[in-house]
Design a protein around this ligand. Structure first.
Ligand code: ARG
Length: 271
């Protein structure tokens, strides 16, 4: 009798202990782990907007040590306008490889991507895009001295440079199975270096970037514009970021309507 009541007492104490430890665990996890704040709340609490980009993509993002954040261009002016409207500081995180930007966004390393990024069905699966702020196509670029390649049909058996993980790469994969080799480079500027150094026969790259590289003193020419009808958008998280997307759409919409977006674009565009 005495023994069994003691067993019951021990069992009761054990159950209380287990429940108490579980309760403490839940409180600790709730306090330390879960963060219910929305993307916009996090930015405002932090007092800073963190924008990811990949420079070497003129006139949208170019490295310049004397620029705030080390990067300047159309996208960086848009980033600054968004930070100003939100009333927070701007931090630019530059990545030497365009193709890592969406992962950085998904891992919470950056609040948004502003990098001349085309809105595509695939990317819509992993990111939430703002309204479009720029329209572009692809361009086929060769050396001025090249009279052989005059359009994409002339690429059979040729080596073509692209910026890694971009719509230029996807265009080749989907439409040009007969080229000799596709060479991907982390930045767009590296593709022009490769062409200039005769490492590749041609480049397929966004038309405004190609246009930016065409000048009397540069050895490049555009031989074909490939009408891909792309629209650049600002990529944000799909996770609890509806308020941020709505706010960014409001800011970008106002910039387009007021003419500020056009001003920024002409400020950085050559020709
Ligand atoms: N618009 C193309 C894409 O979204 C190329 C973008 C490359 N941007 C850059 N900053 N390198 O795939």
């Amino acid at each position: 009798m005495a023994k069994s009541s003691k067993t019951i007492q021990i069992a009761a104490v054990a159950i209380i202990a287990v429940v108490a430890i579980a309760a403490i665990g839940i409180v600790l996890m709730g306090g330390l782990g879960a963060d219910d704040r929305s993307a916009l709340e996090k930015i405002k609490d932090r007092g800073k907007l963190i924008v990811g980009t990949s420079a070497g993509f003129p006139p949208f993002e170019m490295l310049n040590t004397s620029a705030a954040g080390g990067v300047e261009g159309i996208d960086m002016d848009v980033a600054k306008a968004i930070a100003d409207s939100l009333g927070v500081e701007l931090e630019i995180k530059n990545y030497d490889d365009f193709s890592v930007l969406i992962t950085a966004l998904q891992n919470g390393k950056i609040d948004m991507v502003i990098a001349g990024m085309t809105i595509t069905d695939d990317r819509n699966e992993s990111a939430a895009f703002s309204m479009p702020y720029y329209k572009a196509d692809q361009a086929l670029v060769v050396l001025k001295s090249n009279s052989e390649i005059t359009n994409t049909t002339g690429l059979v058996g040729k080596t073509v440079a692209v910026n890694t993980g971009t719509t230029g790469q996807y265009y080749i994969e989907d439409n040009l199975p007969n080229i000799k080799e596709m060479k991907p480079f982390g930045t767009a500027s590296d593709t022009f270096q490769a062409l200039g150094g005769n490492k590749v026969d041609a480049i397929i790259i966004d038309s405004p970037v190609a246009a930016n590289y065409i000048s009397d003193s540069n050895p490049y020419k555009i031989v074909e514009t490939i009408e891909t009808n792309e629209f650049y958008g600002i990529a944000m998280s799909k996770n609890n970021a509806e308020d941020l997307v709505a706010e960014v759409n409001k800011i970008v919409g106002d910039m387009i309507e007021s003419g500020e977006m056009d001003d920024i674009i002409s400020k950085w565009s050559r020709a």
